[in-house]
Design a binder for this molecule. Structure first.
Ligand SMILES: [Zn+2]
Length: 219
């Protein structure tokens, strides 16, 4: 019966971690969901003058279930699963915006001018609704490869190039919250911060904070 409900909810989706059916709203089967919940590690971190909030600390070698979830969430038709994780995130970062003043939220830059809403926008749309933030979608897309390729290596090191999708100018007085699924080096966040005109108050809300160079915990 549980499998039947799962099929009705998600179509013929199997757990991205173990391949089993009986997928829950989280996108995982009950067992893999349990494993991922044991790894919950909500953190508030100071990063280059901003605040970074996350739900998981991710080291790809550490848990197959968590890695499979993060990759699975990048797929199509994952809006419901993103909503589930947005609710978990909001419970653990409750009261994060306990201050006055305008709050704007945006999702990570799209891959190209033509691409529409993607996983980052599902994430931020759900989180924004739960925190009553004014969601602006994704105002930037990444510069095409051609543009990147023309630049010298030295310029490319200067950071990811973003292109504005509209002529809109951005308020610098409020708090800007950028949503992305995974934050690794902060390169995307840095590019968005720069493209917004370096607002004084800037936060990144991500599902997972990827640790670089950290060794798998052998326990
Ligand atoms: Zn599973």
């Amino acid at each position: 019966m549980e499998i039947l409900f799962s099929v009705l909810r998600f179509g013929l989706v199997s757990c991205p971690s173990c391949g089993g059916y009986g997928v829950q709203d989280s996108l995982l089967c009950r067992e893999c969901e349990d494993e991922v919940f044991r790894l919950l590690n909500p953190q508030v971190e100071s990063f280059e003058g901003w605040t970074v909030r996350s739900l998981f600390s991710w080291n790809p070698g550490e848990s197959n279930a968590l890695s499979a979830l993060l990759l699975g969430l990048k797929g199509r038709y994952r809006k419901k699963a993103w909503r589930f994780w947005a609710e978990v995130f909001s419970r653990h970062h409750f009261g994060a915006l306990g201050e006055n003043g305008p709050i704007f939220s945006i999702s990570a830059p799209l891959r190209s001018r033509k691409s529409l809403g993607d996983h980052a926008s599902h994430w931020m749309e759900a989180v924004s609704e739960l925190h009553a933030m004014s969601f602006r979608g994704s105002p930037f897309h990444k510069a095409t490869r051609g543009v990147q390729r023309k630049k010298s290596l030295e310029d490319r090191r200067g950071g990811l190039r973003l292109v504005k999708k509209t002529e809109e100018t951005f308020e610098k007085d409020g708090l800007w919250v950028l949503g992305d699924d995974i934050m690794t080096t902060g390169e995307t966040a840095r590019a968005v911060h720069r493209a917004l005109g370096r607002p004084l108050r800037f936060e990144v809300w991500c599902l997972a904070r990827r640790r670089i160079g950290s060794r798998p915990v052998d326990v």
